[in-house]
Write a protein that binds this ligand. Structure first.
Ligand SMILES: [Zn+2]
Length: 286
């Protein structure tokens, strides 16, 4: 079989976009905002990877990730929760961003890692060293990352810290143990349910991975309700920067641009449909 026969259309599109895209941050911004008119944007160009935080999303949630990889800071009444560790120099930039916000990284009580890939898990030791945080991942992804498990969460588990509770879902596909999370975000006196899909795409050509992602999405569609805020482990998929731009121009009394339940529903439906198409394509090429 031709080595490239199994490459999905999506991967080809990403490669073509990568070739066509100029390498400035503004151009990525432009592409992302242009893309909101129609389809959800494809992967941003990794060549423009740069730290992109901190951005206040809600009263208790900040974006502290890069232009390509998400990381979040969740503020509770009993300390901080960091979600994803980033990697290489970006971890130090995230820790600096936490200081810039007026918090102390030493107050990070938990580091929750969506999955074991380097761009999300690479900075685990750095965060742990500065904070003493307990680090959590799924069992499968502790193994994937080649690390000694500390805290392991599985489907249905929850973590309570102060006024905050995080509900965990294991949603395989992107890796075998993607950890997704539901928690409450606060906008003034209004609470909203947010969901962070820890890995929403398949980057291999393995039919089992696509089948796993399809099952994961179906499980979420069957079990989640009232989700109004879509967060993802890569920012473009949740339109983080476009919404943040709208948020910065929001006037008192206007709706919060991140509160968009219809988008979350559409996001899951799109994930299901495109995974089914990829699976069908792979099946017919083998
Ligand atoms: Zn990954």
């Amino acid at each position: 079989m031709n080595k490239f026969a199994g490459v999905s259309a999506r991967v080809l599109i990403i490669l073509l976009l990568g070739l066509a895209l100029p390498a400035s941050a503004q151009d990525v911004e432009h592409k992302l905002s242009a893309a909101t008119d129609g389809q959800r944007p494809a992967d941003a160009n990794t060549e423009t990877q740069q730290f992109a935080g901190p951005i206040k999303l809600f009263d208790n949630l900040y974006y502290i990730g890069t232009s390509f990889v998400s990381a979040y800071l969740l503020v509770t009444s009993d300390g901080l929760i960091m979600i994803d560790a980033l990697y290489e120099g970006y971890t130090a930039e995230a820790l600096d961003a936490i200081r810039d916000l007026g918090f102390d990284p030493a107050d990070i009580r938990y580091l929750l890692v969506t999955h074991g890939h380097q761009d999300h898990a690479g900075g685990i030791d750095e965060v742990r060293n500065v904070s003493g945080a307990k680090v959590a991942m799924s069992a499968a992804d502790w193994t994937l990352a080649g690390l000694m498990p500390e805290l392991t969460y599985t489907d249905g588990d929850a973590l309570a810290l102060g006024d905050t509770k995080i509900h965990f879902f294991v949603t395989p596909g992107h890796t075998k143990g993607v950890l997704s999370m539901q928690f409450t975000v606060r906008d003034g006196t209004t609470n909203h349910q947010a969901f962070l899909f820890g890995g929403h795409n398949v980057t291999s050509n393995n039919t089992e991975d696509f089948a796993a992602l399809i099952s994961s999405v179906q499980k979420l569609q069957g079990s989640l309700s009232n989700i109004e805020v879509n967060l993802t482990s890569h920012p473009w998929a949740a339109l983080i920067f476009q919404r943040a731009e709208l948020l910065s121009a929001r006037k008192p009394g206007e709706p919060h641009p991140f509160v968009d339940g219809a988008d979350f529903t559409a996001f899951l439906a799109e994930r299901l449909e495109s995974s089914r198409q990829s699976l069908a394509k792979l099946g017919s090429s083998q």
